[in-house]
Design a protein around this ligand. Structure first.
Ligand code: G6P
Length: 557
């Protein structure tokens, strides 16, 4: 069996790490005046500078060999052409088809999926135009003013992040709200500010079985019925984005208002599908198409560019260098752009749910590190919160700085300060500073060690198109890493386990839970005291479930 860590290239990379571990990044620049030109590239409206990394030319060449000798070319072709690469769920992975703007067909089980994707796009177009123009009326004849997306995970983070990022393109008479947490205070707070007669709810859930989303959707419907319309009016205020048409209709959503998507779209890759409906409602269908276009262009780049000039491949390889050879545990993402403040959360799910795996595609445990801990928040706020640790702490954290060049009219001075702060930080992380006592070999509290690496990603402007390209870039980076680690980036059995146990615990609220550990039993007892009324209903449900055993297993998200 092929073992990644025993391969000649892997071992050469380990040796290279020993040889270069004391290299200073700044010395690479001194030795090579062309380093910035050579280690930066542009794709459409995105510019990546990856020169400030502790990666010598030799290391980069060896990392590229690692990619050349991996299954990347083959797996990339398999993904784009609809082969079953999500092996544990027996599915293709085709978010790229959702933004396929070429005339090329994409086949699943011998059938071209492009016509149905186009049909759904048309449906999104018609609906978003009707709501935006005011032609779509609520039950009392008023136009929609507020849109509430109810969803969680991939059914929340993508549209939420994109709507906020593209806020300046928003329809001036529409406001957007995102409810995800099962904590009732979340939905309560949102509803308290809304008028049911002018509110549209989008129940966004691939499976239509996610507990948090269903509870929030039911509370929203109850609020609507208590404060406004009747059952027959629900259809004018609730629509769904789901693969589970039947469950959505059982909820009271009209068949024509269930916006379909397909099992081969993973939750965290779904903002290009009907899950992106809030984006189309906010910025208009044309803007939504521009988002798809940006992603499609990045897809083309990913397919066509040689690895040495391929933005997602280079980002993935540099990440692998830090994770597997240098030993970094985390990856920080710091957008110097307030509109991108949800981006770290989005990327956290994208990366950690995809590559948080410890067995390879054959089910064998891996003996190397896989996906990093992804975290971050906007600069310049982060500078005044956690940057201290990055500058002087004992951890080694590679950083992705992200910013858009074009300032907001009227706020040029703010934007200038924002960008110069970002450049200053990237420089300071690399250069560090020497304290006065350095030469005496004493520990100096003023000195910063430097040699901390970063990438800088610049968008010409934060447009729908550039945002689409940015997100597709990270999707492919995660994909490339998954291929090199030989893991399945498209399942999420850990999350499914949590969902299953949550169901089991809630069913045990009034029964003997002795098969759970003592801690869970003890804690459950404390919970039980507060929910005596739940006991009977949970028990009934448990009995009903036992009766109905053997039913079809719910599809995963
Ligand atoms: O869209 P849903 O079926 O409601 O699933 C929502 C979310 O559920 C889980 O958390 C999965 O791990 C996510 O990938 C998914 O996006």
């Amino acid at each position: 069996m092929f073992q990644l860590t025993r391969s000649v290239i892997w071992q050469a990379l380990e040796r290279l790490h020993q040889q270069t571990r004391d290299d200073r990044i700044r010395d690479y620049f001194r030795a090579d005046p062309q380093r910035f030109e050579q280690m930066s590239l542009r794709v459409g409206g995105l510019f990546l500078d990856y020169s400030k990394h502790q990666v010598s030319d030799q290391v980069l060449a060896k990392l590229l060999e690692l990619a050349d000798h991996s299954a990347l070319v083959q797996r990339r072709a398999q993904m784009f052409s609809g082969d079953i690469i999500n092996v544990t769920e027996d599915r293709p992975v085709l978010h790229t088809a959702l933004r396929n703007l070429s005339d090329e067909p994409v086949y699943v089980d011998g059938e071209d999926v492009m016509p149905e994707i186009q049909r759904t796009r048309e449906q999104i177009k018609r609906f978003s135009e009707a709501v935006r123009s005011g032609e779509w009326k609520g039950y009392s004849g008023k136009r929609i003013k507020d849109v509430v997306n109810i969803g969680i995970g991939g059914s929340d983070l993508g549209p939420n992040m994109a709507c906020r990022a593209l806020l300046k393109y928003r329809h001036p008479e529409l406001s957007f709200h995102f409810v995800s947490n099962v904590d009732g205070t979340h939905i309560q707070k949102v509803l308290s500010r809304l008028d049911p007669a002018t509110t549209l709810f989008i129940v966004s859930t691939k499976t239509f079985s996610t507990q948090e989303t269903l509870l929030n959707a039911k509370s929203a419907r109850r609020w609507f019925l208590d404060n406004a319309g009747e059952d027959a009016d629900v259809g004018a205020h609730f629509i769904a984005a789901s693969t589970n048409r039947r469950a959505a209709m059982a909820f009271g959503i009209r068949e024509e208002n269930v916006f379909e998507f397909w099992a081969w779209v993973g939750g965290r890759y779904s903002m290009w599908s009907s899950i992106g409906l809030p984006i189309a409602l906010s910025i208009g269908f044309e803007g939504f198409m521009e988002l798809l276009e940006g992603a499609h262009e990045m897809d083309r780049h990913f397919i066509e560019a040689p690895f040495a000039e391929n933005m997602p491949v280079l980002m993935a390889l540099i990440g692998i260098w830090y994770i597997n050879f240098v030993g970094a545990e985390t990856q920080a993402v710091v957008p110097y752009d307030q509109a991108l403040h949800q981006l770290p959360s989005f990327l956290q799910q994208l990366d950690m749910e995809s590559n948080g795996k410890s067995v390879d595609i054959f089910g064998h445990p891996v003996n190397y590190k896989t996906g990093p801990i992804v975290w971050g928040q906007t600069g310049s706020n982060g500078q005044h919160a956690f940057f201290q640790l990055l500058h002087q702490g004992t951890r080694y954290v590679p950083i992705d700085f992200i910013a858009s060049l074009k300032p907001e009219p009227g706020f040029e001075d703010h934007h200038f300060a924002l960008l110069t702060n970002m450049l200053a930080q990237a420089n300071a992380f690399m250069e560090g500073s020497q304290g006065d006592n350095q030469e005496h070999g004493q520990h100096d509290p003023y000195s910063c060690p430097g040699n901390r690496p970063s990438s800088t990603l610049l968008l010409d402007e934060l447009t729908p198109k550039n945002l689409g390209a940015l997100i597709a870039l990270y999707e492919h980076k995660v994909f490339v890493q998954g291929v090199i680690w030989n893991i399945n980036s498209f399942d999420q059995w850990g999350v499914q386990l949590g969902k299953r146990i949550a169901g089991e615990i809630s069913e045990r609220i009034d029964t003997n839970a002795s098969d759970f550990d003592a801690s869970t039993q003890g804690l459950l007892q404390l919970v039980r005291d507060h929910f005596p009324h739940h006991a009977t209903s949970a028990n009934d449900k448990a009995k009903a479930k036992t009766k109905g055993k053997g039913g079809k297993q719910e599809t995963s998200s």
